[in-house]
Write a protein of this length. Structure first.
Ligand SMILES: *Cc1c(COP(=O)(O)O)cnc(C)c1O
Length: 240
């Protein structure tokens, strides 16, 4: 990340340019399309506007209440919104009504609620299933080897479109370990394809481990800190 140096670009625009540059460098000779999701959780709408002005279109949010207010404040922007957090059943409606993607579905009940509450006039909600690739007990997601049943269900629900898998590596700082964990997600998607379930998305990689994710086939990177800077302890709240 770069600090503001007084140039004409905003710091967010500079960070975006740097992150995009590093990603395309890492992709040299690889024609795969990679979507950068700028994770704007805890940051105010003004920072999202800055990123949008710099050409960024996909944004990721984790907290439903915060996101609902933020999306409303930015309703004039044709942005694509990704819900990347863990979703509770009682918030499924808010998410189904406002977002374009949900990355971390890990239960049939949540998939059914999202489908039921997807407004009829909108395209089906793009859904990824979260797989617990680090196998830490505290992490969400279905176990590796258990995504197929849920993927089949998602594929049958009219309000949803199954897109692929999402995973988070353990925060080890060890690139070999990160790659081994991301490889579990890649192989899981290959297993779904072999079983006849088409998915084009591997949502994996954050500010600290996106290189490992890209090396293992990521098609969506979810990057927050490297674009917007460190997060404050408290989420942005709309003030009346
Ligand atoms: C916060 C978050 C990110 C972004 O993390 P950074 O380290 O800030 O890039 C990505 N994915 C999920 C699920 C997150 O909660």
């Amino acid at each position: 990340m770069r600090l503001y140096t007084g140039s004409i670009m905003s710091p967010i625009a500079e960070n975006l340019q740097e992150v995009r540059g590093r990603i395309s460098e890492a992709l040299q000779g690889d024609s795969r399309a990679v979507t950068l999701v700028a994770v704007s959780k805890t940051h105010p709408p003004g920072m999202v506007r800055e990123a949008f002005a710099a050409g960024q279109r996909d944004f990721g949010e984790n907290y439903v209440q915060e996101a609902v207010a933020k999306i409303a404040a930015l309703s004039d922007l044709p942005a694509t919104w990704h819900f990347i957090g863990t979703l509770q059943g009682n918030k499924a409606r808010d998410v189904a009504e406002r977002f374009d993607w949900v990355h971390a579905v890990d239960r049939a009940r949540i998939a059914e609620l999202l489908s039921r509450h997807r407004p009829a006039g909108r395209r089906p909600l793009n859904v990824c299933i979260e797989v617990n690739i680090s196998e830490e007990a505290t992490k969400a997601g279905v176990k590796p080897g258990e995504a197929l049943a849920l993927a089949r269900l998602v594929s049958t629900l009219p309000g949803l479109r199954f897109r692929g898998l999402m995973g988070m590596a353990s925060p080890s700082g060890d690139e070999a370990r990160q790659r081994a964990e991301f490889a579990v997600l890649r192989r899981e998607l290959e297993a779904l394809r072999a079983a006849g379930i088409e998915g084009d998305t591997l949502s994996m990689g954050m500010s600290q481990d996106w290189r490992a994710a890209l090396a293992e086939g990521a098609t969506m990177l979810r990057i927050g800190t490297a674009i917007f800077g460190e997060r404050e302890a408290h989420a942005w709240r709309q003030s009346a």
